[in-house]
Design a binder for this molecule. Sequence first.
Ligand SMILES: [Zn+2]
Length: 278
Amino acid sequence: MSYFIKRTENNLWHGKFSTFPDDLVTHAVSTRQGGVSPAPFDSLNLALHVGDENSNVLANRKKFARSLGFDISDIVEPNQVHGENIFRVDETCRGRGSTNYAETIPETDALITDVPELPLMLCFADCVPIFFVDVDNRAIGLAHGGRRGTFKKIAAKTLLKMNAEFGTRPETCLIGVAPSIGACCYEVGSEVVDECKKSFPANFGELLTERDGKIFLDLWRANVVQLLEVGALAENIDVAGECTCCNDGWYFSYRSAHKKNLDRTGRIAALIALKPDV
Ligand SMILES: [Zn+2]
């Protein structure tokens, strides 16, 4: 199992999980390289809602979509609110949020589908992207696990929703935890420590570490723990292990931008789609 970054023909980079079968899904995590946006959105900012020029974002989205064999008008995107709503996407949703933020699927932090060639996309700057691939039932999911979503167990709930909708078996579902802020950089305050203890009464000890009098939270492990709790198997969960804050030349990072006194930054995207039935 491994996560790797691969250069594309049109000079972008795709972060990928080697565990996901290429004949079943198209997927990628974008990087910040290869786009047209100026600082502080330099350069492949894929989010329409962060203050970047729409024309830049659309040019970036077109390039990213094309690098994966899609048209920008295929992409389905939600309006992410750090909640726990999960939406089943069907053909009627094609293109929602792809060029107009007002048309995103409202207040939703995870998308699932069994419709082929319908790319799901979510945007991130430190929050945890979680990919789901159900090979047996040909279904996929993509969740946004920020700190709040992680504490609400959006990843576990997405897997359970896939079980309810598509018959996905947690023990065979392939899962990828993509680059996001690591415990190396994610310092949290006492309120977050209390929330963590409430959400993970049996595991908070392994999620919180103290260094130099500061407390750090491991969001990657928190997502893995909740997935194991609902029946996913450790050998099917691939954790990229790349910190967006440490690697801010590759990825947008809210924390890294904040440290540099930038009040805004861009977003990377995670995208996944089922390939057509053969
Ligand atoms: Zn780090």
